[in-house]
Design a binder for this molecule. Structure first.
Ligand code: MRU
Length: 357
């Protein structure tokens, strides 16, 4: 998708270096950063220079490519794979991508290992783009249906950034929106600010602006009243881990939005590629929920009058703060899962029908 009119992807590989857009600097600075070692890749995931479930999976895959370039040794590769999986705990794509890479690379001692690794990491990225595009085409049908009934702008609420910046291209939740916009259907997006890191305001609104999709940032507490007023036609969010039961783990605050949508009969959809499905965990209480540094709550980054990025403290110095990064929305509050294979009910029967597990 576009930034300043130029097509970009979030991650690519060039001259044995992994290139990423440093998302900690957006929307104020557009900086392309080089990752040269597996440690760089782990650090980029931990500090959220790259974030979003599919993108951290792709970064981990390229992290293994960098590990091979550094030291073509199976025990180093194994240790690197473990460190990559542990760099963030909640998004299952990380483990999915590392396991997929390791299946190809374990035991390969020849010089061919680097080519195999590069090809597989590329394939993970290409597949994600295709899946996100299909999610868009499938989700477009929902937006079209609303538009055909309403004959007026379709108002869509989203939480966090499940946009192209969270994937390789297109995004998951935003892909149906981009497809509708490109088709000429009038859409307007309510963008949840998404405290504490403001991925909605800093990333979703930014990328929608760059594609000229009308959008308005709201605080995380505003969605409820907008739904009561009939100003939200549908919600669509992404996910970091969807269980085979249809329960969805996503950015903190998603659950409360789903409750408000349920109370107001607003359809609540979750968009995901199959790489985000955790087929093993049965009980959502067993999903590891990331707890991040409380500084992310107590401090804010912004531009000062001279155009420099500054960090400021906004809480009382003595106050404690807690920063849980994700919550779980039970399947019963989800209208449907929009996947690359089609739309299904958020249930094991629904997922079984599409993926035949
Ligand atoms: O903490 P983040 O910014 O990595 O969280 C991202 C989300 O919660 C997204 O909604 C999710 O990863 C889906 S991305 C297509």
């Amino acid at each position: 998708m576009k930034i300043e009119g130029k097509e970009h992807r979030t991650i690519w590989f060039e001259n044995n270096i992994v290139k990423i857009i440093d998302q900690t600097k957006l929307p104020h600075q557009f900086i392309i950063k080089d990752l040269k070692t597996v440690k760089d890749a782990i650090n980029a995931i931990k500090t959220m220079e790259v974030r979003g479930a599919p993108l951290i999976g792709a970064t981990a895959a390229y992290g293994l490519v960098l590990a091979i370039i550094e030291n073509n040794d199976q025990s180093f590769l194994k240790k690197s794979s473990e460190d990559l999986i542990n760099s963030r705990p909640t998004a299952i794509n990380l483990k999915w991508a590392v396991d997929r890479m390791m299946k190809k690379l374990s035991g390969v001692n020849s010089d061919k290992i680097l080519t195999i690794a590069i090809d597989e990491a590329k394939e993970i990225c290409e597949e994600d783009i295709k899946f996100c595009e299909n999610i868009g085409l499938n989700g477009l049908k929902i937006i079209e249906e609303i538009y055909n009934k309403k004959k007026n702008t379709v108002n869509i609420l989203t939480h966090c950034n499940a946009g192209w910046l969270a994937t390789i291209n297109w995004g998951t939740a935003t892909s149906p929106i981009y497809h509708a916009h490109k088709k000429g259907i009038p859409v307007h997006v309510w963008v949840d600010e998404t405290r504490p890191r403001n991925q909605g305001a800093n990333l979703t609104s930014y990328e929608l602006n760059e594609e000229e999709v009308p959008n308005t940032i709201i605080t995380d507490n505003t969605g409820g009243i907008l739904m009561q007023r009939g100003e939200v036609d549908m919600c669509v969010v992404g996910t970091d881990r969807t269980l085979s039961t249809g329960d969805v783990c996503n950015k903190i605050g998603t659950y409360l939005k789903a409750l408000a949508a349920h109370d107001n009969n607003v359809p609540f959809y979750v968009a995901l590629p199959s790489s985000t499905i955790d087929w093993e965990t049965k009980d959502f209480k067993d999903i590891p929920i990331e707890e991040r540094n409380s500084e992310e709550l107590s401090h804010l980054d912004g531009l000062d009058a001279n155009g420099n990025i500054k960090k400021i403290l906004i809480y009382p110095k003595k106050s404690k703060a807690m920063n849980l990064a994700f919550d779980v929305t039970p399947a019963k509050y989800i209208t449907g899962l929009i996947t690359e294979k089609g739309i299904c009910e958020a249930s094991s029967e629904g997922l079984k029908r599409l993926f035949k597990y």
